[in-house]
Design a protein around this ligand. Structure first.
Ligand code: WTA
Length: 656
């Protein structure tokens, strides 16, 4: 153990809130090592992005970089034509890198596969031809419900190859959530796996798809990829099912890429908003690919010939879209992809994989880091992690303790950490250190990526210059920004552009410190962040009220040691139903069944009343005070202040 790894040194670092300068050896080899890059990008941000776009393979070059005259609907690289899958596959193979490994894949049971860029190109073409044979074409929507297997990346790329708009639904979502998403986009085809492994058990994904698709008349077919390895016995085939082995496997491994306009849709990805209905975030082709290429290259300092990069996210989230599929593959790097749980069969599975594949760049979420800390230092210590040279985090604010632990116990005290702030809507990383340049401070995402402009504003929308706190806004368009909400432009304009006209409002609060670094403070709306995943309080409330025993429900996010935040429900029962521990459990399960396991409330409390304003609006702020045992804030607007005493008593009795 080096001196820097001693707990005492660690504690000192934490308490001094010290900063971490990039090691000179790192800066010397970094893709971005000159701080002048910021000024250069700012001097002409259109040129900056155009230079990045120029590194892609265009079939036809654009005539104009940006058209913002239809704000808030941006158009980038107008008149340009390209295909996203070509950026990720053909050009690497054409450049002689076909034999480079694209994915070292490892299944949870320990089965492995190695796929080169040439293998991926052939696989993607087969899937693309298979999709065409099922009648899928340009502009059609295809919903994917698959685990972390190479076929998921292949199907994503195959859709982009033929111009179909893909929408990946995280395979932990329930049948109802899946159904809602399929219906919202009128998907023609669903591609799924029959099963996957999770903590040693087989999860029957096909059963979820069958239930969802039963209520989706637009779906012509369900294309089923078999996971194998004993997973064959799950749900039987139905009439509309098509086996991957009969449709995809026999196809030719060549498929001409569809010519796409830069602004043709690439994908729709759903994310929670403040209402019960998820938003289908729409991304287009040229701008998204430009952002994915640039941010991956600079933030992760990718060296495609030598790095082994591992992002532990699921492709079902935006992080997997941008930083497992499009960004890394556009850059042509070798990746690790893992199917299962981090704690199966042992608590050191991740570290075993890092050592086995000699991972050099590792990107994960603070919630995972907190779990690693809890499991114990001995698990990473058992493995040789010296191949690592750069670490990243995403999804929620990282607490400084976790940051410092990550630096020492995973990064050996030597790896820079990039804390990356961004969203499904932003498409790519927006606020982040550049690892060869930025002196980082635990807990701060530091500065906007070159070319990106962020500001803090107060309630009235006036800019806050210098140190201070306020609402985070992005005040300049960027190529990988969302182009709208699928089928709901009014909601797009209202959600992101109405609060501070002319500026994009992501819904986060932030502060700026003396040296100009940004610290993201978390959501300022009724959205919570559970294990790095966005959940809407309204969505969980609707799920609770869906149960016959529930008359009314309020949900809040409370601080949670591992998850960051966890949902807690307060429920008023209908007449004839008795409060009981069993019923509380049943309600928690009900939410899990309707939305998915991650939305299941940590606790459900029964109450005869909820704190409401005189106009009938539930005051979640006061519920939060109760849950956090805080002094109850301002109650003057409350219709019946007595309600809180009862709630407090009930909460404390259950807590104890
Ligand atoms: C939060 C995930 C602090 C934030 C890529 C944002 C973060 C929401 C960070 C987006 C970070 C993400 N520090 N907060 N580094 N990264 N967030 O759409 O509240 O799943 O608005 O995208 O996560 O979540 P989403």
């Amino acid at each position: 153990m080096t001196e820097a790894q001693q707990p005492s040194a660690l504690e000192t670092l934490l308490h001094e809130n010290r900063s971490f300068s990039p090691p000179p050896e790192f800066t010397a080899q970094a893709n971005a090592g000159d701080p002048g890059i910021y000024a250069q990008a700012d001097a002409d941000y259109l040129q900056w992005w155009a230079d990045w776009a120029g590194l892609l393979d265009w079939e036809r070059k654009w005539d104009q970089v940006l058209d913002w005259s239809g704000a808030p609907y941006a158009k980038w690289f107008i008149g340009g034509r390209l295909n996203a899958s070509v950026q990720c596959l053909d050009r690497h193979v054409a450049a002689g890198a076909g034999a480079r490994v694209a994915y070292h894949w490892e299944g949870e049971p320990g089965d492995t596969r190695t796929l080169t860029y040439a293998d991926m190109l052939a696989g993607v073409c087969r899937v693309a031809n298979g999709l065409k044979s099922l009648g899928v074409g340009k502009g059609d929507r295809v919903t994917l419900y698959m685990p972390m297997v190479p076929e998921l990346a292949m199907t994503v790329l195959a859709c982009s190859r033929i111009g179909a708009i893909f929408s990946v639904v995280f395979a932990g979502f329930s049948a109802t959530s899946l159904k809602d998403r399929i219906q919202d986009q009128d998907a023609k085809l669903v591609v799924c796996a029959d099963a996957t492994w999770r903590r040693g058990k087989i999860l029957d994904l096909k059963a979820v798809v069958d239930e969802a698709v039963a209520a989706c008349p637009t779906v012509d077919h369900v294309l089923v990829w078999r996971r194998g390895e004993g997973a064959h016995s799950v749900s039987p085939g139905l009439a509309r099912d098509i086996e991957w082995s009969s449709v995809v496997d026999p196809q030719e491994p060549q498929c001409a890429p569809e010519s796409m306009d830069a602004e043709d849709p690439l994908f729709i990805l759903y994310t929670s908003g403040t209402t019960g209905k998820p938003k289908g975030i729409l991304h287009t082709t040229g701008g998204y690919m430009t952002g994915a290429l640039a941010t991956t290259k600079l933030v992760f300092d990718l060296k495609e010939e030598s790095d082994v990069y591992w992002c532990t996210a699921d492709i079902g989230w935006i992080t997997g879209h941008s930083y497992i599929v499009f960004g890394p593959m556009a850059n042509g790097v070798t990746q690790v992809m893992y199917e299962g749980a981090p704690n199966h069969p042992g608590l050191d599975r991740f570290w075993e994989l890092v050592a086995k594949y000699q991972v050099s760049i590792f990107y994960t979420a603070p919630t995972a880091i907190r779990a690693f800390m809890k499991w114990g230092d001995e698990h990473p210590a058992r493995h040789d992690l010296s191949s690592l040279r750069l670490l990243g985090t995403v999804g929620e604010p990282i607490n400084p303790e976790a940051w410092v632990w990550y630096l020492h116990h995973i990064g050996g005290g030597r790896c820079p950490i990039v804390d990356t702030w961004w969203q499904t809507e932003t498409g790519g990383i927006m606020i982040t250190p550049l690892p060869g340049i930025t002196t980082t401070v635990p807990g701060s995402a530091t500065l906007p990526f070159p070319g990106v402009s962020a500001a803090l504003v107060n309630e009235a929308g006036d800019p806050i210059d210098g140190a201070g706190g306020g609402y985070l806004v992005l005040d300049r368009p960027w190529p990988h920004m969302l182009r709208g909400i699928w089928g709901d432009n009014a909601r797009y304009e209202e959600t992101y552009w109405s609060r501070f006209p002319g500026r994009y409002f992501p819904g986060d609060g932030a502060k700026r410190d003396e040296q100009g670094f940004l610290w993201i403070l978390g959501r300022v709306d009724d959205v919570m962040n559970v294990s790095g995943h966005r959940l809407s309080t309204m969505e969980i409330e609707s799920a609770l009220v869906d149960h016959p025993a529930v008359a009314e429900a309020a949900v809040i996010g409370v601080p949670h040691e591992l998850k960051g935040q966890a949902p807690v429900g307060f429920v008023i029962l209908r007449g004839g139903f008795e409060a009981s521990a069993e019923l509380a459990m049943e309600l928690r399960k009900h939410v899990g069944t309707l939305i998915g396991g991650l939305a299941r409330p940590e606790q459900v409390h029964f109450t005869p009343e909820l704190p409401k304003t005189r106009s009938g609006k539930i005051m979640r702020r006061l519920l939060r005070d109760v849950a956090e045992g805080k002094h109850i804030g301002d109650t003057t607007t409350l219709a019946d202040p007595g309600v809180l005493d009862g709630l407090k008593k009930e909460y404390e009795s259950r807590e104890g």
